[in-house]
Design a protein around this ligand. Structure first.
Ligand SMILES: [Zn+2]
Length: 339
């Protein structure tokens, strides 16, 4: 990406082993992420451009001398953050706080909307998949690199559990995966806040029981009506804009919890007074998706969840610029890339 709205497909230097703990992945599937739309709207012009893409499945082409468990030829899923797998935070399951970790697709790093990507700390980052390269489950497996793990994180932080009422703010790919996660963790009522017909229809298939089309104060009132005046125990905030966070806190029941996974677009935390006086826990952040793959993978392999349904358009590498446009125009929920 060279600037807002300026995405190009170009030949770059081949991804290569730099550190002995690296692996090189031949990318078989990648995605365009809702979070890629932030730079697509705002990025200042860059002379060198910024490599894009942080979600991938691929085949390991090469490994450095220090890589132990990942082998050439493995089909693996690559979480959106790399992590060593051994530090205190990784051992606690918070891989996105890894002391050696980082995110793909910043300036100067390798990225996944490409034929190949360099993966730091291959042993701690990559997760081998027990299927073939063209398995029919590929779209759902691909969501384990970000959106399904992120929706699950929102549900975990929001303390979703059996018999609880939950609400999901946002009907993008993460919000829809949040509905799957809330149902999977036993929520009795799942309210989705959003207004795109096709996405709402999918949310209902994933387990949403109620839909709120309103926004702001009206949305808060509507959710209260749907919950006996109380609000919900668990709110999954999957947008990031201040108004969405305000709504999320506004619909939480006293003593409830808000799990934030929408990337904040400003510095301050909205609705701090209602959160305080409602004893509402507000938490969340970049999801440690690497930690969740082990738990979610069996449900994908056995067909109990189908998060891959959020990938409703597929493009080749040449189609990536139009894929950004399609997501930005809300023509597509999420775009899969087959390099
Ligand atoms: Zn670590």
């Amino acid at each position: 990406m060279y600037a807002a709205g300026d995405v190009r497909v170009e030949d770059v230097l081949d991804a290569a082993i730099v550190e002995p703990t690296d692996a090189i992945l031949r990318v078989t599937r990648a995605c365009i992420c809702g979070s890629d739309l932030h730079p697509y709207h705002q990025m200042e012009r860059s002379e060198t451009g910024r490599p894009m893409g942080h979600e991938a499945i691929g085949v390991v082409e090469d490994v450095g001398a220090g890589v132990r468990s990942i082998k050439q030829g493995d089909l693996v899923v690559m979480p959106f953050a790399f992590s060593d797998g051994t530090c205190a935070f990784c051992r606690e399951g918070l891989h996105t706080a890894c002391v050696h970790g980082g995110f793909f697709d910043g300036y100067g790093t390798s990225a996944a909307q490409a034929e190949a990507v360099r993966v730091p700390y291959a042993d701690g980052t990559l997760y081998p998949l027990p299927v073939g390269e063209e398995d029919a489950l590929m779209p759902s497996l691909l969501t384990l690199s970000d959106v399904m793990g992120t929706g699950h994180h929102a549900a975990v932080v929001a303390k979703v559990g059996p018999g609880k009422r939950a609400a999901v703010v946002g009907n993008g790919a993460v919000g829809l995966c949040g509905v799957i996660a809330a149902k999977r963790l036993g929520a009795e009522q799942i309210v989705i806040l959003g207004r795109h017909e096709d996405r709402i229809a999918l949310a209902r298939e994933f387990g949403a029981t109620d839909v709120v089309f309103e926004r702001g104060e009206q949305a808060i009132e509507r959710v209260r009506e749907l919950t006996g005046g109380e609000g919900v125990h668990s709110v999954l905030e999957c947008v990031g804009y201040a108004q969405a966070v305000e709504t999320a806190i506004g619909i939480a029941r006293p003593g409830g919890a808000v799990g934030r996974v929408g990337v904040p677009q400003d510095d301050s935390l909205p609705a701090s007074l209602p959160a305080f006086f409602g004893n509402i826990t507000v938490g969340g952040g970049p999801a440690p998706v690497r930690a969740y793959i082990q738990e979610l993978l069996p449900d994908v392999l056995e067909g109990r969840i189908q998060p891959g349904r959020v990938l409703d358009r597929t493009v080749g590498l040449d189609g990536v610029p139009d894929g950004y446009r399609a997501m930005d125009d809300r023509e597509a929920i999420k775009v899969m890339v087959t390099p």
